[in-house]
Design a protein around this ligand. Structure first.
Ligand code: SF4
Length: 426
């Protein structure tokens, strides 16, 4: 890499992921499991914003860039869903969950819209019967345009689903083909319009820095999302995972490589500029949104389960489930929580995690931090905060530490400052 071209950059590499993802977790120790089950026997903390996340890892076909563990075998759906419901019951029967009120029901996975309407209705009903939801809770559903028929859209909206999260990735047909997406841009757009017409909010994912994608093509994707009046867009730089068909095609020369970091940064800055111009503001990890609720503090606890589910956060535990569908099903059938990785956060790790609010664009209140941990952030993390301020990446306004506009493209690097300084330019 030519560092000369990075004059003025605060870091030599653009990070794509924050610390503490499921990749960093270890298999559970018997001691950790015992403490985890101990917590499940206690009452939950009322002040936390909670989300329930059942995971359905099914898709119609696998996209060439996808690194998720997804399953395309229809015959596996019925036994899996009964295992999923049983695993959800494990949690529902605990004192912790019985005393929890959930603010959001998020059906995630691969593309759960591939499941039949009857099974979707049954699962939503099961969740609402077995868990407590606040009167104003929201239900979000991950979907793929290939299986969004009018009947499916109606079934979702009449069963309380308010928002669809849809992986569009790109509206460009030749790029869609490279990504092995199964419908055309025209068909996908029709489905987005139909969903909106039938009262559903739409949040889409777009990928940038795709192999062979020009800046103009990327700008065109952004403009089409805006024209379709979607509520929010999550913009992800392509992460190439070794072993995926896309990575293989690039390494064999069948597709051009992705652009370098200068191109990636230019694309992100174009997205930032255009979305801002059209009233969408940056929020969460990678989102531009015009929904007010996207700017509130996110869920602090995610109770969920499913093969490949990785977002678990319950009290001071982070957890993820077994990825393999049949191993997950067997574990549940045997009455065993299907947890494959479990981290018991120490107070120090909790403090580091609290600082990461900054990167998801939520201001960190200094007084709140002091009340929680007994010291101000500057007393615990003097050097990272000094560095970030000196670089102009964060600022403090009315007692809140927050990211500056200059810091925004570097938000994942900012998160790493509280863990280890990766690749900092001196
Ligand atoms: S639809 Fe989504 S989850 Fe399914 S293979 Fe494609 S990218 Fe992966």
């Amino acid at each position: 890499m030519n560092y000369e071209s990075h004059n003025g950059w605060p870091y030599k590499n653009i990070e794509h992921w924050p610390p503490m993802t499921y990749r960093d977790r270890s298999p559970p120790t018997s001691e950790n499991l015992e403490t985890f089950f101990g917590i499940l026997k206690t009452k939950s903390n009322d002040n936390q914003i909670k989300e329930l996340q059942p995971w359905l890892p099914f898709c119609e076909g696998k996209c060439s860039f996808c690194y998720f563990t997804v399953n395309c075998e229809k015959q596996n759906v019925t036994p899996y869903i009964s295992a999923l419901k049983k695993a959800l019951s494990f949690y529902a029967k605990t004192e912790y969950v019985k005393s929890s009120i959930f603010n959001e029901l998020y059906i995630g996975g691969g593309s759960p819209s591939v499941i039949s309407n009857e099974k979707i209705e049954d699962l939503l009903d099961f969740c609402r019967t077995n868990f407590n939801f606040s009167a104003d809770h929201i239900t979000k559903f991950t979907a793929c345009t290939t299986n969004l028929s009018l009947e499916k859209i109606n079934a979702l909206s009449s069963n309380g689903v308010k928002q669809l999260d849809i992986g569009i990735q790109t509206f460009n047909d030749s790029l869609r083909e490279n990504l092995m997406i199964r419908d055309s841009s025209r068909e996908a757009k029709k489905k987005l319009q139909l969903s909106k017409k039938n009262g559903l909010r739409i949040s889409i994912d777009l990928l940038y820095n795709l192999p062979g994608q020009s800046i103009d093509q990327w700008i065109e994707d952004i403009k089409q999302a805006i024209e379709l009046e979607v509520e929010s867009v999550d913009c992800y730089p392509l992460d190439l995972y070794p072993g995926t068909p896309l990575a293989k095609k690039i390494s064999e020369g069948q597709l051009p490589p992705t652009g370098n970091q200068d191109v990636e940064m230019k694309m992100y800055l174009e997205a930032y500029r255009i979305f801002k111009e059209y009233g969408y503001k940056p929020t969460c990890h990678n989102r531009f949104s015009r929904l007010e609720e996207d700017f509130k503090k996110p869920s602090s606890e995610v109770v969920g389960t499913g093969a490949g589910f990785f977002m678990g956060h319950l009290d001071r535990f982070l957890y993820s489930d077994i990825e393999d569908l049949s191993a997950y099903t067997i574990s549940v059938k045997n009455g065993i929580f299907p947890i494959s990785r479990l981290t018991n956060l120490s107070v120090e790790e909790e403090m580091r995690k609290a600082m990461m609010l900054i990167y998801i664009r939520v201001p960190l209140n200094r007084e709140w931090f002091k009340n929680e941990y007994g010291r101000f952030p500057e007393e615990v993390f003097p050097e990272p905060l000094r560095n970030l301020r000196n670089k102009g990446l964060i600022e403090t306004i009315d007692g809140n530490i927050q990211m500056t506009e200059k810091g925004d493209p570097w938000r994942f690097n900012i998160a790493w400052e509280f863990f280890e300084n990766k690749d900092r330019l001196q």
